[in-house]
Write a protein of this length. Structure first.
Lengths: 219, 212
């Protein structure tokens, strides 16, 4: 299934631990679907998903680890923030029991959410909601971070700052990340590898400089 | 002098029925909202059946089902009958409440490692409060308004199964218009007030009106 309707998807790829892979391509190519499959939110009929040597999905062995037991952080396109809770409570819900709250406070500060802690998501701008969603996904220190256009609603200034932040926190915690993005400067800045998708299959794959070579300079 | 017993019985029946319906309907509506099982349309149709069936049809089948257990003409029998009769008024608002929530709410909670029941209690139910209120109020009011089913199952025994709606009919038969009018006025005022409250509260939440 993609936003273009039901469609056959057939692809295989690997991401190295701690690296950031970007999924790029037109709408309906299956980018979000891949994130959902990795999260266990969309089912597939065959194949396998292995993370750090742990099998999350294997059709042949009939293994399908439920979403709750996959160590993931997911930033949804429409954020999926809990509207009945403040920003602080949204983050607290995401914290595993007994976890040191220092990371949460660190995230609140770095994402500049301090003054918004007691505000409910409904009263936040798109960009503010996106920052909360990002903090909520990272606060669990997931093994796999899945970002569905997480910076699309931000202005350039905030986008730059959060790109830096994603980069820093990802390296610090060695978070393997799959990012869906349309934004070329962002991809060139963040991605270790790019997969260019079209109609459910891989059109091109490799390091960003190879896939998007700089335009020849005009003389 | 008004005999308050039928009114008290009616309210007691409605209260017990509503509490039990809430316990039954939350998991049932949750399952119906998110299950991918194809047969769920049949279950949904069965639940809504009491809304369109003549109460005597439901009463007839319940009478046959309850006869061997000696529950006919008892208050417990009335509770069982009311559960079936008012079930759609609790399940349907909850079901449309669950269905109106964005799927990302439930999925986000799952990706944060939370179980289905934690997600239901902490995330989903607080976000369908208007539907919960509608379900509670409609089930209560609808149980108060029962006539055909409770007449067949309860048998109109004074002090035990003679509810307010039956008392009106009795008083009318014995040409006791003043008493009938008192009961009627109380039930009318009550029903109007609760529906008014539901509409006002739902307008306040400014969500699509589950009654329409």
């Amino acid at each position: 299934m993609t936003t273009a309707g039901r469609q056959q998807m057939d692809l295989a790829f690997e991401v190295e631990k701690g690296q950031l892979l970007t999924l790029y391509g037109p709408s309906g190519a299956g980018k979000t679907t891949i994130l959902r499959i990795l999260a266990g939110l969309t089912s597939i009929s065959s194949g396998h998903i292995i993370v750090d040597g742990d099998v999350w999905y294997d059709a042949r062995q009939k293994i399908n680890v439920p979403t709750q037991r996959r160590s993931i952080g997911f930033v949804f396109q429409d954020f999926g923030l809990f509207p009945h809770w403040s920003v602080y409570d949204n983050l607290r819900y995401a914290m595993p029991k007994g976890e040191d709250p220092r990371l949460m406070h660190e995230l609140i500060e770095l994402m500049e959410l301090g003054s918004l802690q007691d505000t409910r998501p409904t009263f936040l701008s798109g960009g503010q909601q996106q920052r909360v969603a990002l903090a909520r996904a990272i606060v669990r220190k997931p093994r796999l971070l899945l970002l569905d256009e997480p910076l699309s609603a931000l202005d350039d200034d905030m986008r730059h700052r959060l790109q830096d932040y994603i980069e820093r926190i990802r390296r610090h915690y060695e978070l393997t990340t799959v990012l869906v993005s349309h934004h070329l400067p962002e991809i060139l800045r963040l991605a270790d590898a790019v997969i260019w998708l079209d109609k459910g299959s891989i059109r091109q794959q490799g390091p960003p400089e190879k896939i998007f070579p700089p335009a020849p300079e005009k003389t | 002098m008004t005999d308050w017993q039928p009114l008290w019985l009616s309210f007691r029946l409605a209260f017990i029925t509503t509490v039990l319906l809430l316990v039954i309907s939350i998991p049932l509506a949750y399952w119906l909202a998110y299950s991918r099982w194809r047969g769920r349309a049949v279950i949904e149709a069965l639940i809504s059946l009491p809304m369109v069936l003549p109460p005597t049809v439901l009463g007839f089948y319940l009478l046959i089902a309850l006869s061997p257990s000696h529950l006919v003409f008892t208050f417990t029998g009335l509770v069982i009958a009311s559960l079936f009769y008012s079930l759609p008024f609790m399940v349907n608002p909850l079901l449309s409440g669950f269905k109106s929530l964005p799927p990302a709410l439930r999925e986000a909670s799952y990706t944060l490692g939370k179980s289905g029941s934690t997600t239901l209690i902490k995330v989903l139910l607080p976000n369908i409060r208007p539907s919960l209120l509608t379900g509670i109020v409609l089930s209560f009011a609808h149980t108060i308004g029962e006539f055909g089913v409770v007449l067949m199952i309860g048998g109109n025994i004074p002090g035990r199964t003679r509810l307010a709606s039956l008392a009106i009919y009795d008083e009318l038969e014995s040409m006791n218009y003043a008493a009938a009018s008192t009961y009627a006025l109380i039930l009318f005022t009550f029903s109007f007030s609760v529906l008014l409250i539901v509409h006002l509260v739902n307008h306040h939440f400014s969500k699509p009106d589950p009654l329409s």
